[in-house]
Design a protein around this ligand. Structure first.
Ligand SMILES: [Zn+2]
Length: 132
């Protein structure tokens, strides 16, 4: 599976599966940073906690997207939510590509920190063609 297909499938899964849930609800940067800190305590080990800012994001496929670059996370408007935060934190932990390793870490965070049901995540991700 090539990288752009992996990316598209993962974005689709995140968007559809978490639609109209607390994971896609807009939150203040203050709350998001607190949640990021909880994630970092469990997964960040000795890595430096990233700087998390509200910004414009990067223009991609007709819309602005959040990104993680050199330990800076930029959350675009309409993406200041938990699922985007978890995605960008996974990048900040050192996983650059949307491959199996990335998805495993992202799901570990969703399961351990945010108490999502692992089996349901795995099953639904499979239906969206997310590489597992
Ligand atoms: Zn990504």
């Amino acid at each position: 599976m090539n990288d752009s297909i992996k990316t598209r499938n993962l974005y689709r899964f995140e968007e559809v599966y978490f639609k109209n849930t607390t994971f896609s609800q807009s939150l203040s940067m203050n709350i998001l940073r607190k949640q990021a800190f909880r994630v970092w305590k469990m997964f960040g080990e000795n890595k430096k906690f990233p700087k998390i800012i509200a910004g414009r994001g990067v223009f991609y496929n007709g819309r602005y997207l959040s990104y993680s670059l050199e330990n800076n996370i930029c959350l675009a408007r309409n993406q200041r939510n938990i699922i985007t935060l978890v995605h960008e934190l996974t990048h900040a932990l050192g996983f650059d590509f949307h491959d199996k390793k990335f998805v495993t870490v992202e799901f570990n965070i969703l399961e351990k920190v945010f108490k999502k049901n692992r089996g349901e995540l795995e099953l639904t991700a499979g239906l969206f063609g997310v590489e597992r």
